[in-house]
Ligand binder design. Structure first.
Ligand code: ADP
Ligand code: MG
Ligand code: MG
Length: 869
């Protein structure tokens, strides 16, 4: 029979899928001898069985729980049920899913207190402490079991303090009891009752924690983090220890390394004389963990020791909850800490240096998403220099974002759905705010520390966040925020810098460039492992420079059409297209050649002897034609023809399906002089640069080939031109390559016939996808969401390679090519280059390199390594 309950000390090889993450780690920590309050775990399966059939609880589980409680009483030498025994056992009931979902599910502390037992506790400790515990129990129980908002209780307590004119620390017994009766009245108003019997409390709490698996915020969180709904949550029942029993007691959260930056060393916060969630909830702003060294030195030293031990054991940065009861340290939880992408990279790098993990493990741990996050926006330095921040909080999660301010999660969601960029401003966030947080660009809180709910959740999502910005006085009612003399209202724009914690008025411009030393090093590790190389799609000097800075091994695709679009050039291009006679046409060609030569020279100077594939002109001619009446007039004047005639000529060039029309190599067949001009420009620039000692091997690529005869004809034309150039310059021929794109299904199917005429191949996955699905890539956005809604397609084939269809064509082509020519390079240029799944497939089918836009290079390099791990 399946076991439903395990004590911490007994589960061999604790499994988070059975015990939940929290339970498994409590078992491990107990077993390696750390100071853990005693307890047991009810399995995740019990949760799922109960959720399907509530009778399971009374019929099966309740008896087993009672037995476990008796065993816990034995183990702790304390009593859970009796109202006469001073040796009280109080417990916490803690949820714990297989994957950590911070704050998403429920926990109740101090279970086992009631009207009689609170007096026993008071006798043993003190009045204020005992009633603090009891009030918390009443409050949490109401929240978790009956969904009565906690605020009701807080307001009551505040009012009682006002009425009695003293703090609850100073209340008399009668005053405490008055408040307790008022707390109970909140239950009664709803026809409910707080159970006095500890066992009833325990059963209700366990069921409620089971049920919290299905609460709205937990569901949303699971969806966001792709966690299965069928895992269920375990329940941990654990002896209470008290961080709220005086000034030698405390509770806190520490990370073994800084979760925002990754810096090594204890990082965290604590509160003296506090319990449980006080630190995370952001109600009081906590103290820096380093103060503990002077406040409770012995406990601090122990903490330092155990946290290091835990890090060694798990070989990863740990997020640890602890409580100190009258000077004695207890650990209550450990898990691999959530962290920013920047921290993840720093930590993995350091762990390799410290020989805790190897490079492969580091590469396994760093996700491609982490890199995307790391290439986060930052505000332009120039703009920052000119602006003064109006507030500063804690830099809880890096990034930079601007948007309109809003004060509730709900409004954030509404405004975002209307297309606004919003910044969510709260005193503190709570798990209910999750949907609004997702919809925001950044989160700012006035209370709470680096481990508050807002900070943890934002870091998990890679979202910019500033917490504990105490200068902000947020008024949710009037929807204003005051900071000194400055008053901002809902809808005003602010800019938030999560890296510095600074907040500015108005919108600041962002940049994306981020060349991190550590990242570069890790990517070099990736290059050592990867077999698929990474090139860039780039043609402007800026893009090429970026690509080289990101360590591209070359340029996989330099398009030439963009080079014709500036004002002078396009006019010349138009003249070329519309010219009536040879003479005019040649004049235009000469001019264009001159422009292109300068372009190519500049590009080669940057790229030097790395490979660079220049693709000859691809788009249909009409893309270059005038659009406005003014442009038309200008052109007519320039060409000295009348407008009507010009219009007629242009109309003739229009096509029904330009993407399937007169473009790519088809242009070279009707107008060979255009490619000839481009080849001249390429070779002239190469000849000049080779003289200065750069060993360039020009690579020229012909687009949109479907048929071998197209390629052989164009190759012949180009080679004739090249030989002419060599002869005219009286130079020894040097090596060059002429290759083709594979971007039409027919080219893939007939790749064997192309192979004799191509020195290299490059799959253009954008066009190949377009031509294989018959989806126009310029129009797909209009209907793809219907496909997604109806689960007809679950992905966008322009972003993630369609391995089954498009990929199959690629496979056929590669087999054809390799059967004839083993050595010819086969690459891929297209947006899928930075996508890990696509790269995995491309490596499998034997592609030599992928070429993607410069900013995707780091991701592609990592993905290429991951494909080999
Ligand atoms: P979460 O998963 O939301 O962090 P936890 O189950 O960890 O919820 O509990 C919430 C808070 O209560 C934590 O700060 C934890 O340290 C504290 N806590 C839980 N169990 C005990 C206990 N037995 N004694 C003292 N504090 C506890
Ligand atoms: Mg909780
Ligand atoms: Mg916890």
């Amino acid at each position: 029979m399946q076991r439903n309950i395990y004590f911490f000390q007994e589960a061999a090889a604790p499994d988070p899928f059975i015990l939940g993450g929290k339970g498994a780690n409590l078992a491990i920590m107990t077993q390696i001898g750390l100071p853990i309050p005693k307890g047991f775990t009810i399995t995740t399966q019990s949760c799922m069985v109960y959720l399907k059939d509530p009778n399971f609880f009374e019929q099966v589980l309740s008896n087993q729980v009672l037995k476990a409680v008796a065993a816990l009483e034995e183990l702790t030498q304390k009593n859970f049920k009796q109202s006469t025994d001073e040796n009280l056992l109080l417990v916490s009931v803690r949820s714990g899913a297989p994957f950590s979902m911070p704050g998403m599910m429920d926990t109740i502390l101090n279970l086992g207190l009631n009207d009689a037992r609170v007096l026993l506790l008071a006798k043993k400790t003190n009045l204020a402490f005992a009633f603090d515990c009891y009030r918390r129990l009443l409050q949490m129980f109401a929240d978790v079991v009956y969904h009565i908002p906690k605020e009701n209780f807080n307001l009551l307590l505040k009012k009682a303090e006002d009425d009695f004119q003293q703090t609850c620390q100073q209340f008399s017994l009668q005053q405490h009891q008055v408040v307790i009766e008022q707390f109970k009245a909140i239950y009664q108003k709803q026809g409910l009752q707080f159970p006095q019997d500890p066992v009833d409390q325990l059963f209700a709490a366990i069921k409620a924690v089971f049920q919290s698996w299905n609460n709205q915020r937990a569901k949303v969180y699971r969806q966001l983090h792709k966690i299965s709904d069928t895992l269920g949550s375990a329940v941990n029942v654990q002896e209470m220890v008290f961080g709220n029993s005086g000034l030698t007691s405390a509770t806190g959260v520490v990370f073994t390394r800084n979760p925002a930056t990754g810096e090594k060393g204890l990082f965290g916060e604590y509160l003296l004389n506090a319990q449980g969630e006080d630190v995370v909830a952001g109600i009081r702003t906590p103290e820096n963990i380093h103060h503990l060294q002077t406040q409770l030195p012995k406990a601090y030293q122990e903490l330092l020791h155990y946290t290091q031990l835990l890090e060694k054991h798990y070989r990863d940065m740990q997020d640890i909850e602890f409580t100190i009861e009258e000077g004695k340290l207890y650990l209550l939880q450990t898990r691999n800490g959530k962290r920013t992408a920047k921290a993840q990279i720093q930590i993995c790098y350091d762990l390799v240096q410290e020989q805790m993990i190897d490079k492969k493990e580091a590469l396994r741990r760093i996700k491609v998403d982490d890199l995307e996050q790391l290439l986060h926006p930052t505000f332009e330095a120039n703009a920052l220099n000119k602006t003064q921040a109006f507030a500063k909080g804690l830099p809880a999660s890096p990034g930079a974002a601007s948007g309109i301010i809003t004060f509730t999660a709900k409004e954030a969601q509404q405004l975002a759905s209307l297309g606004h960029k919003v910044i969510l401003l709260r005193e503190e966030t709570s798990p209910e705010d999750i949907e609004g947080m997702i919809a925001s660009q950044a989160i700012v809180t006035s209370h709470g520390g680096m481990t508050s709910h807002a900070a943890v959740v934002a870091r998990g999502m890679g979202m910019c966040c500033v917490t504990g910005c105490e200068a902000l006085h947020i008024d949710e009612q009037t929807k204003t925020v005051q900071c000194g003399d400055l008053i901002l209202k809902q809808g005003d724009i602010i800019s938030v810098d999560g890296t510095t914690g600074l907040i500015y008025q108005g919108e600041l411009p962002c940049t994306m460039v981020n060349h991190d030393q550590i990242l570069s090093q890790i990517l070099l590790w990736a290059d050592e492992i990867a077999t698929v190389k990474v090139r860039a799609n780039a043609e402007t000097p800026q893009d090429i420079q970026n690509a080289l800075d990101f360590n591209a091994t070359g340029i996989g695709l330099a398009r030439t059409e963009h080079m014709f679009f500036n004002k002078n050039r396009i006019l010349t291009m138009r003249k070329l297209i519309l010219a009536d006679n040879f003479d005019e046409r040649n004049k235009a060609l000469a001019k264009l050649q001159h422009y292109q030569e300068a372009d190519f020279k500049q590009m080669y100077q940057l790229v030097q002897d790395k490979p660079m594939i220049i693709r000859l002109l691809d788009p249909p001619l009409h893309e270059f034609l005038p659009n406005t009446a003014h442009e038309l007039e200008e052109l007519a004047q320039d060409l000295a023809v009348d407008i009507a005639y010009l219009k007629q000529k242009i109309a003739k060039l229009q096509e029904k399906n330009p993407m399937l029309g007169h473009r790519g190599c088809r242009l070279a067949i009707s107008h060979p002089e255009i490619y000839q001009m481009q080849v001249r420009a390429i070779f002239n620039s190469v000849i000049t640069l080779r003289k200065s000692g750069i060993n360039i091997v020009p690579e020229i690529m012909i687009p949109l080939i479907a048929e071998a005869n197209e390629l052989s004809y164009i190759r012949q034309q180009i080679e004739a031109t090249i030989h002419k150039i060599f002869a005219e310059n009286h130079i020894q021929p040097f090596e060059y390559q002429i290759g083709t794109m594979l971007e039409l299904p027919r080219a893939c199917l007939k790749a064997d016939t192309l192979t004799p005429y191509a020195d290299f191949f490059s799959f253009g996955t954008n066009d190949l996808t377009q031509m294989t699905y018959g989806f126009s890539r310029d129009d797909i956005a209009k209907f793809i969401h219907f496909y997604h809604e109806k689960a007809i397609l679950t992905f966008d084939p322009f972003q993630k390679l369609d391995c089954d269809g498009v990929g199959k064509l690629m496979q056929i082509a590669i087999q054809h090519i390799r059967s004839i020519a083993k050595q010819k390079t086969i690459g891929v240029c297209g947006e899928v280059g930075g996508d890990p799944d696509s790269i995995f497939f491309l490596q499998q089918i034997g592609v030599d390199y992928v070429s993607c836009s410069p900013y995707r290079i780091p991701c592609a390099r990592l993905a290429a390594a991951k494909a080999r791990l």
